[in-house]
Write a protein that binds this ligand. Structure first.
Ligand code: HEM
Length: 411
């Protein structure tokens, strides 16, 4: 069972390295170009599909065992899923980069087949286990939203090639973004955190009631976002509602984390995990700030600069930091179990915490955080040099950090 998650996680690590090497190569200048350009689509999907989604899929294959105490429905299907998803996204990304609409259409079809195989495999496992709780319900919703994100992406890819739904395209894009960001990543991260945070903290006895509220509020935010995109009107009113719902969900999520910490039997869950908690609070502060901006100057909230900044805060500041933080625990666990699981306790056998340096994890996170904040300030105040410097620091920190994670495989 070790090989399948590792295959996805290792491919994700390679994509992450490619993304940052590419970013350093252009000295971060791509960030200032219009995001809806071939280069923008390529870079965004290299990060969200071939890194974050790839690693998340690997983590799901690994953790479903822990959550349900049962194996994935079909391991073989997992490998078929990998071939379609990997092959499809490579063609899709090449199509974005080269502006070849027929490649985009073909790549999108294959990648979506991969996504649907994954959703079927994990969905069937959940269905057969019949253990419905906030963890499994969040995972099921996240899977549904991933499938819809992929199908809408496919609809847009086909539209590029055949102009089937020209008038609908803008609305499909907005719904695609809400479903992918808030729906897929948001529900998967919160859902799996209900299981993992108590494990990392060795915490027992925290109430699970807040998990139901978060699940409800987060789903409401996703559905309102999709309705704002596909329904009548320009979507500005509902967008404020989405931010309000998300802020409420994050506030309760923060409460839940405090409760888990209160019941903890461990001094620290590890630096990577502490950073994920800070990033959740930072996202909450950003939501409150966006709400204030939306009430005082609604047009600012709809401006491209604010949308791009919000995208960076959510995808980098929260999703990427959380995925990276969790990787600092999941990768040593996977590797240690594979390599030393049957020799535990024997002389000379390392303990899991020997596989990764906490100081290096912390240092990498600091550099990334300072880089991201500098880049965001540069975007806000239209200072290109700050954007270039910030993105360069972010990429340097990210490459260092992923090197620390990859080194685990040499231990
Ligand atoms: C097989 C899966 C996917 C396909 C085929 C796909 C396809 C597309 C296409 C064709 C566009 C360009 C639309 C336009 O600007 O007119 C796009 C944009 C976008 N997609 Fe996806 N997508 C997929 C998965 C995802 C996922 C999982 C996310 C997660 C967040 C995502 C996030 C985005 C974002 C943020 C944009 C706007 C990017 C920009 O304007 O540069 N996509 N996608």
């Amino acid at each position: 069972m070790f090989r399948l998650p590792l295959l996805f996680i290792a491919t994700g690590i390679v994509s992450f390295v490619l993304f940052h090497v590419g970013s350093l190569f252009t000295t971060g200048g791509w960030v200032l170009d219009h995001p809806r350009s071939p280069d923008g689509w390529f870079r965004v999907h290299l990060l969200v599909l071939d890194w974050a989604t790839m690693v998340a899929m690997g983590a799901v294959y690994q953790l479903i065992d822990v959550v349900l105490q049962r194996r994935i429905y079909s391991r073989m299907l997992g490998y078929v899923h990998y071939v379609f998803f990997m092959g499809g996204t490579v063609i899709l990304l090449a199509g974005f980069l080269q502006s070849r609409v027929e490649w985009i259409a073909v790549g999108a079809v294959a990648a979506v087949i991969g996504i649907l195989l994954f959703v079927w495999n994990v969905g069937r496992t959940l269905w057969e286990a019949k253990r419905w709780n906030p963890i499994t319900l969040s995972t099921a919703c996240a899977l549904l939203y991933l499938a819809l994100t992929g199908l809408l992406g496919l609809a847009m890819g086909l539209n590029f090639a055949f102009q089937f739904w020209v008038d609908l395209h803008e609305r499909l894009l907005a719904a695609h973004i809400w479903l992918g960001t808030l729906g897929w990543f948001g529900l998967l991260i919160t859902g799996f955190s209900y299981k993992m945070l108590p494990m990392f903290y060795l915490s027992h006895g925290a109430s699970d009631r807040p998990q139901y509220y978060i699940l409800g509020l987060w789903n409401a935010a996703v559905l309102l976002g999709v309705w704002a995109s596909l329904g009548p009107g320009d979507g500005s009113g509902p967008t404020l509602g989405v931010i309000l719902l998300l802020a409420a969900a994050l506030l309760i999520y923060d409460r839940l984390i405090r409760d888990i910490r209160k019941h903890s039997h461990k001094a620290s869950p590890g630096r990577g995990i502490v950073w994920t908690l800070w990033s959740t609070r930072a996202l909450l502060v950003f939501c409150i700030l966006s709400l204030c901006v939306g009430l005082v100057a609604p047009s600012l909230l709809r401006s491209l600069s604010w949308i791009v900044i919000a995208g960076w805060v959510y995808l980098w500041g929260w999703v990427a930091v959380t995925v990276l933080g969790y990787m600092s625990k999941i990768v040593p666990f996977l590797w240690w179990t594979h390599k030393y699981g049957d020799q535990a306790g024997r002389p000379g056998v390392p303990v899991m915490s020997d596989l990764i340096s906490e100081r290096s994890v912390d240092a990498g996170m600091w550099v990334m955080a300072v880089g991201l904040l500098t880049a965001l300030a540069g975007m806000g105040f239209m200072e290109p040099w700050a954007v270039f410097t910030g993105i360069a620091a972010l990429s340097a920190g990210a490459l260092f950090y992923i090197g620390v994670i990859a080194r685990v495989f040499t231990r």
